[in-house]
Design a protein around this ligand. Structure first.
Ligand SMILES: [Ca+2]
Ligand SMILES: [Ca+2]
Ligand SMILES: [Ca+2]
Length: 110
């Protein structure tokens, strides 16, 4: 977990010490769309890095697996339930993030 936090911190390039992210926005472009689902699917197949694993945990069960892109696709195309908080605005994970790491603020350094 410390490693993930460090990576997120480096990617974020921010001095702020609280974590902001939008659930589902795995590529951190501040939009939740099909490209995020594709990124998560690629990650699950061993390709592609996810800058914010917690954001990829769309259903907030502290695991990133096949159910997450499916949940996201359901929301985007099948009028399914939206991702768990924080969504649609950036925020902190309201639940335990054991093993996920947090993600640092958007924008800085990008
Ligand atoms: Ca995105
Ligand atoms: Ca999940
Ligand atoms: Ca969580």
């Amino acid at each position: 977990m410390i490693t993930i936090v460090l990576i997120c911190s480096i990617l974020g390039g921010s001095d702020l010490d609280w974590p902001f992210f939008i659930r589902g926005d795995a590529d951190r472009n501040l939009k939740v769309n099909i490209s995020d689902a594709v990124l998560i699917l690629g990650h699950l197949m061993g390709e592609g890095e996810i800058p914010c694993l917690n954001a990829a945990d769309v259903n907030d069960d502290n695991r990133v697996n096949i159910t997450d892109p499916i949940y996201l696709l359901n929301y985007l195309f099948m009028s399914g339930r939206p991702p768990k908080m924080p969504f649609p605005g950036a925020g902190m994970d309201p639940t335990d993030d054991e093993g996920m790491g947090q993600c640092y603020e958007y924008g800085a350094g990008e």
